[in-house]
Every structure is written in C-alpha cells, then in structure tokens.
Design a protein around this ligand. Structure first.
Ligand code: 9G3
Length: 571
C-alpha cells in the first residue's frame, strides 16, 4: 500500500474528549473516528487491526471445534420475554418498534437467539456437543460511553455458546474454550492473565476472565506468588484470621471531637486503624438496609456482600438515609444498640478490645468485644490486599496487578434452556434441559488494550500479530530518483515475499514522516535515504525495542520476512 493512495489521517494533537491513551492514539493514528457518543467508524488502518484480531479468534475457535454462524442485530422482544430479560434490563437494552409496531431490541448479547436456534434444530443428545460462535456488532446503551473502543455503545464481540447434555460435558466444553482463549491472547502477543471471576447477574457457576495487564486497567486482579491462583479482586477469597485470645475489656465511651473518619479517630486515640471497626450502612436493590462491620483498615467488597445478602446489587446509603434508618450521626456509627441487621467481616473474629462509633456525635467506644453486640452473620466481605495469604497454597502471598478485561468465559448451567424450554432427548428418551456455556471476547477492546499495554510518549507499538501493517518503507526524499527507485525495489520485494507493507512515498519533511512512523507504530521500519544508500545500505528499525540495524538493499526484504515469520510463530 502506498501512503499517497491510502487514507491515514494522523493528528498532531490529542482530541479533547479522549481520556485514555488507547483512545487518543487510535484517533491520532487514523484508526477510528467518532460518529456519535460511543459509536465509531473503523478507518482502513484501524480496520486492519480489527480484522487481524478477528482472524486469530476465528482460527482458534475453529480449532477448538466451535462453528461460526451470524445472528441478527435486531432481536424480537418475544425471545427476550421468554428468558425474562426483556423486563429485567432497563434502558441499556435499546428497544425499538418496526412499522407493524412489533417490539425489538438491538442485540446486546445473543443467549436468547442462539437458544432459540438450538431448540428448533437439535432434538437428540446424539447431536451434541455443539458450540456456535459469531463475530458480530453489539449494541448496549451505556449511560456513560467513554474510552473510545474500550467502552463503546456499539462494539464488535466474538460470542460463543456451548450446548451439552450434562454438567460433565459442559465442563469439557468450558475447558476447551478456556484453552482456546489462552491460545488467542498468546498469539496476539499480549501479556495477560486468566483469573477466577464473579459470574455476575448472568447466573451460572464458574467463570474466568482474561485480563490484559496494563497500568491503566480498570480491574484489579490478584495472583499468588507461590501457586497458580489468580482472581479478580471482586472474587479473590480472603482467609479467616488467626484466633485471638480475648482479653475482656469493658466498652468505655470516650470523646472524639470532630473525628469522623477512621484516620481521624486513629490519630486522635493514637491507635492503629486495624484496632478500629467501621460501620457502613448499605441498601440492597430490594430496599433493605443492613449495617456492615469491617476492620478499620479494610475495604468493603460490594460483590461479596451482595452474594451474602442474596441480592443483585447494593449501594452505600447516603447521609440522609443513614440518619433516617439509624438515628445516629454519620461518622459516629457503631454496632452497640444498632437496630438494623448487622453482618460483619470475618476479620472481626480476630479482634479484641476494638474501637467503634457510639452512635452519638463526637463519641466512640473503646474496649469493645464481639460479645457486646449481636452479629447476624460473619463472612468474607472485604477486598483482598497485597500480602494477604493465598487461600490455595501454604506460604504464597497475594500480588496485585491492574488489567483490562478482554475475554470472559461462563458456565451458564440451564438458566436459559429451562426458561426457553430448550431440551433434547437423552439415551433413555427423556427430555433434558441443555447445559450451556457462553464465551465472549471484545474484539475492538482487545486492540485498544494492546495499545494501553504497548505505547510510549511517541505513539503505539502494537504487537506484530495485531499491527495494521508489518513493515513500513520510509523514503526520506522521494524526489531523489536513486532513493525512490531503491525504496520502490524494496517495497516490491517485500510484497513479493508476502509481507504487509506500507510505503511512505509522501512528499513531506523527514521529521513529519518519522513522527508519523513512531505514532502509528508499524513494527518494522525500513528507512531509505541518500546517505546510507551511497554504501548500498538501508536502516531497519524495530519500533518496540528501538533496535537499529544497517542492511544492504538486497538483504533487507529477506531479513524483514524472517522477523515477521518469527513474530507470528513465537506467539
Ligand atoms: C443485556 C444488556 C447488557 C448486558 C447483558 C444483557 C452484559 C448481558 C452479560 C453477557 C454475558 C455473556 C455472551 C458472550 C459472553 C458474555 N451486559 N451481559 O447479558 F440485555 Cl443491555 O453478555 N454473553
């Protein structure tokens, strides 16, 4: 491809609304353009990366025995009513009516449609297992679309759905997808982790997320220093504390003027925050209020709490609600005399003579023990932290990383097949609900995450398997016939060798061309200029490492081809 005949509109400045690096760089490198909030066009240069990601995914899904199909974007309300999700979802599900006033939604995911296909086409266990996948554009009407392709409203997803007769078969299907996902992100050339995850509102039992490691990642994940355990912090289990000897003190009310936060109380009473207990008031999605106790230096894990309370979502009560349901002033809450149901993190079982709020302005109690108030339930409610002991091995400790979720595999069980009556006959002629799994990869999000992981102050350097082009031939002065002809010959040699190459044949200042080359980050750059050409040489530069090499005009194409093959094979 010749730059002068291509559309690669690079930008010097970051667009004002681009908050994260990948969004800034994808805009500046001419990969995407915004059409509406959270809705983008893929320009030719961006589409090349998207298609590469899709191709890796397609090859690994096919290899794992999944079969490609393509379902419609327009989903009839009827199917979503059958699963109960038409009512369950709010405005995130974008609804519309056709000319006959029939209701539809834009598909945000395709459990319903695929389950409908299978129940109408598969009758016997002999046709199982099956795994259908598609690479398709989804729509979710997010309240706050942002971060470019990372959290768009319209986005490309690979979604796959497996169908088995029993749990054992479903576990095998899940395992195949898990391995396929590892292969996919490995081939992309990304640093990633697969971690145990919460399966969220979708239901079902086990689930793993695939996280691309990046400082800017929105998720925190823990991994054990001593074994393979890795989990999203939302899910990471924390061990119960060591038993303590209770030295029975007496609750003693002390004045703590203007001390509302844990830090203020700890400072004022000259005690470590680990000897304080904080009391939070949360409201469930069913409108119930509960008091939650945590060690002062620990943070609540809302997902763990919602599982313990058996609800989908919880929210911290605001000041007005706190006052209304406890009658106590915010900042001085405590469990003594608390009228609400109290649940406590298990860490409290390792504490004695601690400090709590006195439900009264400017007052706390010291010398408090578990016998002094009622706790409905102790549970693992806190967020894991660096150094926590591993729940799976002896001696391992938690490390914490930041990551971007690019893939998610779920074991769904029979939630959808039962709701939609998708059954097959087993070998006894008995109808059985299909056991399902679902498996997603964000295609655009993976490319964006790859940029978050691979960039510097000058631009991006996508791993070669995802880069739009493999090589760039940069002509320093195209008006110099000798230089231009040498560059054209190298360009042709690369094309003949099957290398995906872009020829920067623009009549621009070298400075501009080098800046653009760094920005768009094509992995291998061949610079053809008059000075080195006098010795019959050109410069080969690797964008990611900065490694430079002088090579003869005749040898450079072969060398590039070798590097390309090595990069594609290594992953
Ligand atoms: C909705 C809307 C938003 C949603 C969903 C449904 C997330 C929804 C979870 C999944 C689970 C899996 C198949 C591929 C792998 C992931 N946001 N989820 O179900 F109606 Cl508006 O999508 N689906």
């Amino acid at each position: 491809m010749r730059y002068t005949q291509y559309l690669l509109p690079t930008l010097k400045e970051n667009p004002a609304d681009a908050e994260v690096i990948s969004h800034q760089l994808m805009m500046r490198a001419g990969m995407i353009r915004k059409v509406a909030a959270g809705i983008y066009s893929y320009l030719p240069f961006g589409l090349r990366s998207i298609r590469k990601m899709e191709q890796i995914v397609r090859e690994e899904m096919d290899r794992a025995g999944a079969i490609e199909c393509l379902m419609p974007m327009a989903n009839p309300a009827e199917l979503w009513q059958e699963s109960g999700r038409w009512e369950k979802y709010g405005k995130e599900l974008l609804r519309f009516k056709d000319r006959k006033e029939t209701e539809f939604c834009m598909g945000p995911t395709h459990e319903e449609v695929v389950t409908d296909i299978i129940r109408n086409t598969v009758k016997s266990y002999k046709q199982l297992p099956l795994n259908l996948y598609q690479i398709q554009t989804k729509f979710r009407d997010e309240i706050r679309p942002r971060f470019g392709l990372m959290r768009g409203r319209e986005f490309i997803m690979k979604d796959a759905y497996s169908f088995d007769l029993d749990d054992e078969g479903a576990a095998a299907s899940y395992q195949k997808m898990y391995q396929a996902y590892r292969n996919i992100f490995q081939r992309c050339g990304l640093k990633f982790r697969s971690v145990e995850a919460d399966s969220g509102a979708i239901g079902g039992s086990s689930s793993h997320e695939f996280m691309v490691l990046a400082e800017s990642g929105e998720d925190a994940i823990v991994s054990c220093s001593g074994c393979e355990y890795a989990a999203n912090v939302e899910k990471a289990e924390v061990l119960p504390p060591q038993a303590v000897e209770v030295v029975n003190g007496e609750p003693t009310k002390v004045e703590t003027p203007e001390c509302r936060s844990i830090e203020e109380v700890a400072e004022f009473l000259q005690r470590p925050s680990a000897q304080l207990v904080k009391t939070l008031i949360v409201e469930t999605d069913q409108g119930a209020c509960v008091a939650v106790l945590l060690r002062g230096d620990h943070e609540l894990n809302e997902i763990k709490l919602s599982h313990v309370l058996g609800c989908d979502q919880i929210a911290l009560a605001d000041d007005d609600l706190v006052r209304k349901v406890t009658g106590a002033p915010v900042g001085y809450l405590g469990p003594l005399g608390m009228k609400l149901k109290v649940v406590a993190d298990q860490a409290l079982q390792g504490m004695s003579n601690f400090v709590v709020g006195a439900n009264q302005v400017d007052s706390h109690f010291t010398g408090v023990n578990l016998g002094d108030f009622k706790v409905e339930q102790f549970a693992d409610l806190r967020q894991a932290i660096v150094g926590d002991p591993c729940p799976r091995c002896a001696g391992g400790k938690f490390e914490i990383w930041r990551g971007i979720e690019v893939g998610h595999v779920f074991n769904l069980g029979t939630k959808y097949s039962e709701a939609m009556n998708a059954t097959v006959l087993d070998d006894q002629g008995k109808a059985r609900a299909l056991v399902m799994g679902c498996y997603g990869i964000g295609i655009g999000r993976t490319v964006a995450a790859a940029i978050e992981q691979n960039h510097d102050e000058n631009g991006m350097f996508l791993p070669l398997p995802l880069a739009p082009f493999q090589a760039l031939v940069l002509i320093i002065n195209p008006k110099d016939d000798t230089v231009r002809e040498a560059a054209e010959a190298i360009y042709q040699a690369l094309l003949d060798l099957g290398v995906e190459v872009l020829l920067d044949d623009r009549d621009e200042r070298p400075g501009i061309k080098f800046k653009d080359a760094d920005l768009v980050g094509i992995p291998l750059r061949i610079t053809v200029g008059a000075r080195s050409l006098k010795e019959g040489n050109v410069e080969l530069k690797q964008r990611a490492s900065g490694e430079l090499q002088m090579l003869s005009v005749d040898a450079v194409a072969q060398r590039v081809r070798q590097l390309v093959s090595a990069a594609l094979a290594a992953e």
